[in-house]
Design a protein around this ligand. Structure first.
Ligand SMILES: [Zn+2]
Length: 258
């Protein structure tokens, strides 16, 4: 068990490193496959595998580039530690199971979409919808009910955000609708419903105080994708308990794979 958790942390840290780099290259409209090597943000020196070892290289180099001594952006380190810890926690919660696979799929893609949304306020349709497509394919062997739950989840995630866009005329974008469609297709409609609720809740408790202390103006554009992604990620841990708690309204079976 301990070894599996360490392995999932390491795999998660590598994924965090990769997702962070891929998101930055996507935002900069650069290819992130093929032969382009990772370079230092400051001096442009090509980084070797020792420099790229997730988490450890940042600690060993004390957050500075080995070649030019410029500070490495802490966000690289933060993404590695966050995704590593998240992946280990999901393994702790679900063990080696379909639910763990589905959780990793949603958590990793959610981070990627949050990063691009933070960086330039844009969620890329293909990356938003990808976990839904992969999730629905994973659902096929589990039977018709599992696929229907995924399709309903995608429809619910897209529908709720689309309704808000049409009613409020602004604030949320179609990227947010695609994001929740992708998450809903993977997690199913019950988890998606709780994910939406948790996302709005996290967004509200974050944004309202910022407006109150005047760090934000009411008209400022706030990327909402990261809050929705965070809410859905929380539900990966708490969804089953919530479904059985509120099962009298929506049925107490959380549905495959949970
Ligand atoms: Zn450098």
């Amino acid at each position: 068990m301990i070894i599996s958790i360490i392995l999932s942390f390491t795999a998660g840290a590598c994924a965090g490193s990769f997702l962070n780099a891929a998101a930055m290259r996507t935002v900069a409209d650069r290819k992130w496959w093929g032969s382009e090597r990772s370079v230092c943000d400051s001096c442009g020196h090509v980084l070797c595998s020792l420099d790229l070892a997730p988490v450890f290289s940042y600690l060993l180099l004390r957050g500075k580039c080995r070649y030019c001594k410029a500070s490495i952006k802490p966000r690289h380190f933060a993404a590695e530690v966050a995704v590593g810890a998240l992946s280990a926690a999901l393994f702790w919660g679900w063990g080696f199971s379909a639910a763990f696979g589905m959780s990793i799929l949603v958590a990793w893609f959610s981070l990627f979409n949050s990063l691009t949304d933070f960086e330039n306020g844009y969620i890329y349709d293909a990356w938003a919808i990808a976990p839904g497509v992969i999730g629905l394919l994973m659902r096929i062997p589990a039977g018709t009910q599992a696929v229907i739950s995924g399709l309903l989840g995608a429809a619910l995630g897209f529908g709720v955000i689309a309704l808000i866009i049409l009613v409020s005329r602004g604030g949320m974008g179609w990227g947010d609708a695609m994001l929740m469609a992708g998450i809903g297709g993977a997690v199913g409609w019950k988890f998606c419903a709780f994910g939406l609720y948790a996302g709005f809740l996290i967004g509200g408790v974050t944004v309202v105080p910022l407006i109150f202390i005047k760090k934000l103006k009411r008209k400022d554009a706030v990327p909402l994708g990261p809050f929705l992604a965070a809410g859905s990620t929380v539900i990966l841990f708490t969804g089953s308990a919530l479904v059985s708690r509120f099962g009298e309204f929506i049925g107490s079976d959380p549905g495959w794979p949970w």
